[in-house]
Design a protein around this ligand. Structure first.
Ligand SMILES: NC(=O)c1ccc[n+]([C@@H]2O[C@H](COP(=O)([O-])OP(=O)(O)OC[C@H]3O[C@@H](n4cnc5c(N)ncnc54)[C@H](O)[C@@H]3O)[C@@H](O)[C@H]2O)c1
Length: 332
């Protein structure tokens, strides 16, 4: 297949591109290589993709309407995997406009391109952050998600709503994937596991928010890739008998799935596991809760399991060890 992958120089986009190239697909990778975090890391990922004959790179901003329309007019994609976005919960407190451009305008240029070109399946990244103030765990796709607590989460929920509209109006099959705290080698420097590692190895204290009383459903990158690749083949179909009674299903060709480890880990357990992987003891700087953060994330993965016969299961100890080994090799 010929597949457009947006955010191909990003963490998840890089791994999904590698996997699909290895399976023999042709990949058009799009990214604007912005400097939200270390551009050298994005370049290092790209450097591994560029020499592969099946890979073509397009440096472009999603919000460039004409450029995006041209891209879709001049190509013919069998699938679109839309992973480019302005990520980060905390960054959205100080930089709200970046989310308007990349996550809202950016999603619309993708939807319009898919509509014009009649792309057979759009798979796009949503986020566990859409569960916001939900208290019931585990988080299920059938739960109402109307109480986001960061602008990032609000844009991700908006992406799901926009996708539903296009699925309904134009019969565009769309699948939204709610990723839960993804980690692994070549991961994102803005995420806690990455910045903790940097500080712990430098002997500096790490900020432990809400005095450690937080938990996250940490999901290893290989499990995310497996989920994305399997979902690609599950093209949603219209079902006129569906009465739209549940938030996650519709008469339109539209689906949503959680992809998470189904095993939340307390922040202090996470820090102890990272200490073991790195062989150093962390200095802790206890802090109050941060604006925009949720207390816990916990994925119900029954729907994913039922649809593709898979759900993530890499243990945190194994995954963090792989991350720690990569970190030492990459940064010295
Ligand atoms: N990593 C996680 O824990 C996590 C969790 C939930 C959801 N997600 C979502 O998964 C997707 C991929 O996340 P990631 O961790 O790989 O993030 P990432 O920041 O590493 O990758 C995103 C890539 O998109 C590119 N990009 C951003 N805005 C762009 C724009 N306007 N035009 C073109 N390119 C642009 C960036 O340069 C970057 O390389 C994102 O949509 C993110 O919101 C990630």
């Amino acid at each position: 297949m010929r597949i457009l992958i947006t955010g191909a120089a990003g963490f998840i986009g890089y791994y999904v591109s590698q996997r699909l190239l290895a399976e023999g697909h042709q990949i058009v990778g799009l990214d604007n290589l912005n400097d939200y975090y270390d551009v050298e890391l994005k370049q290092a990922r790209l450097k591994q993709l560029l020499p592969q004959p099946g890979f073509q790179f397009v440096e472009q901003d999603l919000a460039d309407r004409d450029g995006m329309a041209r891209l879709f007019a001049n190509d013919n994609f069998d699938r679109v995997i839309h992973l480019a976005a302005q990520a980060g919960v905390r960054y959205s407190i100080d930089n709200p406009m970046a989310y308007l451009d990349s996550n809202l305008a950016g999603m619309l240029t993708i939807l319009e391109g898919c509509r014009q070109q009649k792309v057979p399946h759009l798979v796009y990244a949503s986020s566990s952050s859409v569960y916001g103030m939900n208290k019931k765990v585990p988080f299920s796709e059938a739960d109402a998600v109307d109480h986001p607590i960061s602008l990032y989460a609000a844009t991700k929920k908006s992406n799901e709503l926009m996708a539903h509209t296009y699925s309904h109006l134009y019969d565009l099959p769309t699948t939204g994937l709610r990723f839960f705290t993804v980690y692994g080698p070549m991961g994102r420097p803005d995420m806690a596991y990455f910045s903790f590692t940097k500080k712990m190895l430098a002997g500096e204290p790490i900020d432990v928010f809400n005095h450690g009383k937080l938990s996250r459903d940490f999901t290893y990158i290989d499990d995310i890739v497996e989920g994305v690749v399997r979902i690609l083949e599950q093209v949603p179909e219209r079902d006129d008998n569906n009465d739209c009674a549940s938030p996650d299903s519709s008469s339109a060709p539209y689906r949503l799935f959680n992809i998470g480890n189904h095993q939340p880990v307390e922040l202090m357990t996470f820090i102890r596991t990272l200490e073991q992987a790195l062989g150093v003891t962390a200095k802790l700087n206890m802090k109050p809760m941060q604006a925009g953060d949720v207390y816990t994330t916990y994925a119900d993965t029954d729907n994913l399991q039922q649809a593709v016969g898979f759900s993530p299961d890499t243990s945190l100890a194994d995954g963090l060890q792989k991350f720690a080994d990569w970190y030492r090799a990459f940064y010295g």
